[in-house]
Design a protein around this ligand. Structure first.
Ligand code: NAD
Length: 252
């Protein structure tokens, strides 16, 4: 019997760091990403699956294929999102309500909300149908409870609105699933990091750090203890919560 982990958006910055960290903990980690480029590195421990989480048939097929595995418990970490990164996406980040591209907006919300809904729906069905224990962690952001203070960006640059809407919505999704599946052996929680150090410019780091009582951005390894805590078999009564890892940013 296997203890498995599924990560969506596994090919991104947090996904790669979390996979390395959790490697020893699970017999098999399924790495789901639309831009997966590790498919030639399959192993018993790591299974790379190129998959668009907004495509219901693809998501359903993935979970149908899992039916042949002998699973004892399963965890799901939802990372997939359109995460606009300052300094890395140029023009796209130069967003305003006046020039908003509604197709982009719709597409980004579809990834964060509809895609996460679909994966979580079929994950919970797997748990319930097979009488397993299941843990879900949805990665939101400190922007699930506050709105971006855009003074960290150069003038006229804004964090796009889909990010704020989707992260606030993800907390609603988390709470809904937590309540809906409360009578089963399933917990559904969110983790909300603030901005993580990732080669941003000195100017950006300095401005961002000024918005944080602890005076600096987050280090990626500082999210691991919260993940450990929520994945722990003994965390059975904590559900529907949003753990904010922000050095106090949301208190200001
Ligand atoms: N990095 C940060 O500073 C930070 C801070 C707070 C919250 N978060 C959140 O944590 C999560 C992960 O962040 P990250 O920095 O690793 O982001 P990232 O942009 O590096 O990775 C996101 C991954 O999701 C994948 N993805 C996008 N659409 C998909 C789809 N339809 N189907 C499958 N995969 C898809 C992308 O290919 C990418 O590999 C995101 O939800 C992000 O909003 C990140």
């Amino acid at each position: 019997m296997k203890n498995i982990l599924i990560i969506t958006g596994s090919n991104g910055f947090i996904g790669q760091n979390l996979t390395d960290y959790l490697l020893e903990r699970f017999e098999t980690i399924y790495l789901l990403d639309v831009s997966n480029n590790g498919e030639d590195q399959q192993s018993d421990n790591l299974r790379y699956v190129k998959l668009d989480i907004t495509n219901e048939n693809s998501v359903l097929n993935f979970f149908n294929n899992l039916k042949t595995e002998k699973i004892n418990s399963a965890s799901l970490i939802n990372l997939a999102a359109k995460d606009h990164k300052v300094g890395k996406e140029g023009e796209e980040f130069n967003w305003s309500i006046d020039n908003a591209n509604v197709d982009d907006l719709r597409n980004n919300l579809e990834i964060s909300i509809i895609g996460t809904f679909l994966v979580t729906k079929y994950f919970c069905k797997l748990i319930v149908d097979n009488d397993l224990s299941g843990k879900v962690i949805n990665f939101a952001s400190d922007l699930s409870v506050i709105i971006s203070n855009d003074s960290v960006y150069s003038s006229d640059t804004h964090k796009p609105i889909d990010y704020s809407i989707s992260k606030h919505g993800l907390i609603g999704l988390t709470k809904y699933f937590a309540v809906y599946y409360a009578k089963y052996n399933i917990t559904v929680n969110a983790i909300s990091p603030t901005g993580i150090f990732n080669n941003q410019s000195e100017e950006f780091i300095s401005k961002y750090s000024n918005q944080i009582p602890k005076g600096r951005m987050l280090k990626v390894e500082e999210i691991f203890s919260a993940v450990d805590f929520l994945l722990n078999e003994e965390s059975t009564f904590i559900t529907g919560q949003n753990i904010i890892i922000d050095g106090g940013r949301t208190l200001w």
